[in-house]
Design a protein around this ligand. Structure first.
Ligand SMILES: Cc1ncc(COP(=O)(O)O)c(C=O)c1O
Length: 492
């Protein structure tokens, strides 16, 4: 029953909430990274535990950018300070270095009742927002950052959705259009569906290492103007799922485009430390914007996002993050502060962790050497796996793989035989979903089909993380190669 109409004055007692009566926007939300393939992977793991015989002995999950789940060890200093914050009696324990204790004391002093179990101010703990500002200033070669422009968040996801909420409004042709890259990280399409925005796709150029071409932005916005009101441009740099790192020149062009078209810029920079390829460097949108001079730096509205979930930390579960807003109308900032207040505050342990990321051990402190050693080892291993993955994929007939310049993923293009595409259609599946499902069933490898991120019609891809430990990654790559050759033979 879709509506509860009174019959003879009596209301029928069906469920209040049904598929027909629920919020239709929520039904439109899709999130491939945790979609049907992952559900099947969970089921297969259960079957294996119960003794079922499969062609593999374990399911390897290379579907999600969750470093610790793939065996990455936490950075000692981060966990020491968090342990001290969570259980301050440990401050008496001489196993902990003095600098970790100092950080913990400073964080606890800033918490209500000196406990990380207390709520904090809604935009985050004041001294941590100051530390974030100092980190940004240092990162950007001294360009000033104001702590009043910093909002701590529950991972970057929360801050991204909050900014989208402020921006999305209007009806019909006046509805807010939001430009997102294709392929994209599906948080964006999901949030746009949820908030009822118009998604404007701009395609990254696979033939040019997934680079962004401003002419493509122009094409996309001109088409979209026929049916919505484009107001926002989202950029992910380094890219997920495509692993490209934007050049400084490209960022300048994007900023110029945003100014010309009067767009609010959202720069998702959660992979800012994950840059591996020679000749590539991370340039923050904030820095480039300010280096372009006051014509830009005093007008273009920008929100940039960072997180404790990626880089060398991989601390996804703590849900730490921040955003910096630039040139935001002061009245809107008041509204933003109100909006984040409704949710009380981001998790305080996540805020504490973020503080350590933006304010790591210094050369004269006891934890410095170990910290640098651990951080360097994580980033060097990722760089090696990025190289190894690209190299191996490009040896497989029918695979084309761009260099993994940054982030944590590879997004190779796979050619599928026409008969396999037909078979998928008969089974009611998108071809790359069919391919990934078969790979899971036959080899126990869990990937995400390219269709979950968007891709040009007639092309097929999958996303694989480079997070499994190197020995395991080698096995994964070999298994994918064998599967692909077998699959192609079966359908030719
Ligand atoms: C590009 C991008 N933005 C945002 C996020 C969300 O991260 P968080 O854990 O900080 O919410 C992710 C997570 O994978 C991501 O890849």
């Amino acid at each position: 029953m879709s509506q509860q109409h009174a019959v003879n004055g009596v209301l029928p007692k069906g469920k209040v909430l049904t598929l027909e009566t629920m919020n239709p926007n929520v039904k439109k939300v899709e999130y491939a990274v945790r979609g049907p393939i992952v559900q099947r992977a969970v089921q297969l793991e259960k079957e294996l535990r119960e003794g079922a015989k499969k062609p593999f002995t374990e399911v390897i999950r290379a579907n999600i950018g969750d470093a610790h789940a793939m065996g990455q060890k936490p950075i000692t200093f981060l966990r020491q300070v968090l342990a001290l914050c969570a259980y301050p009696d440990l401050l008496e324990d001489n196993k902990f270095p003095e600098d970790a204790k100092q950080r913990a004391r400073r964080i606890l002093a800033a918490c209500g009742g000196q406990s990380i179990g207390a709520y904090s101010a809604s935009p985050g703990i004041e001294c941590i927002r100051q530390d974030v500002s100092r980190y940004i200033e240092k990162r950007d070669g001294g360009i000033p950052s104001n702590p009043d422009n910093i909002y701590l968040s529950t991972g970057a996801s929360d801050a991204i959705v909050t900014i989208l909420k402020l921006l999305i409004c209007g009806e019909g042709r006046g509805r807010t259009g939001v430009m997102i890259s294709i392929p994209q990280y599906p948080l964006y399409s999901a949030a746009l569906a949820d908030l009822g925005a118009v998604q404007i796709n701009y395609y990254l150029d696979e033939d040019k290492c997934w680079s962004l071409d401003v002419n493509e932005l122009k094409r996309a916005i001109n088409e979209a103007r026929q049916h919505c009101n484009p107001r926002v441009l989202c950029i992910i740099n380094p890219g997920n799922p495509t692993g490209q790192v934007q050049s400084r020149e490209c960022i300048e062009q994007v900023i110029r485009f945003a100014k010309e078209e009067n767009l609010f810029l959202m720069a998702d920079e959660v992979y800012q430390d994950n840059v591996y390829a020679d000749g590539c460097k991370f340039h923050s949108f904030k820095k480039v914007l300010f280096e372009m001079g006051p014509e830009y730096s005093s007008t273009v509205e920008l929100a940039s996002f960072h997180s404790t979930s990626k880089c060398y930390m991989g601390e996804c579960g703590f849900r730490g993050g921040y955003m910096e807003v630039i040139n935001m109308d002061p009245d809107v900032k008041t509204q933003l502060t109100k909006l984040v207040s409704v949710r009380l505050c981001p998790p305080v342990p996540g805020q504490a962790l973020l503080d350590l990321v933006v304010n790591p051990p210094q050369p004269d402190e006891p934890s410095y050497n170990t910290f640098i050693k651990e951080r360097t080892a994580v980033l060097a291993a990722l760089a090696e796996k990025a190289r190894m993955t690209e190299e191996m994929f490009n040896t497989i007939p029918g695979f084309t793989c761009n260099p993994v310049q940054g982030a944590m993923y590879t997004f190779p293009r796979i050619s599928l035989p026409a008969k396999a595409i037909d078979k998928a259609k008969v089974k009611g599946k998108v071809p790359d979903m069919y391919y990934c499902m078969r790979l899971l069933e036959e080899e126990g490898i869990c990937l995400v089909p390219g269709s979950g991120f968007g891709q040009r019609d007639g092309t097929y891809h999958f996303r694989m993380t480079i997070l499994p430990p190197a020995e395991k990654l080698k096995i994964v790559l070999d298994k994918i190669k064998n599967f692909h050759i077998r699959f192609t033979e079966e359908f030719s």
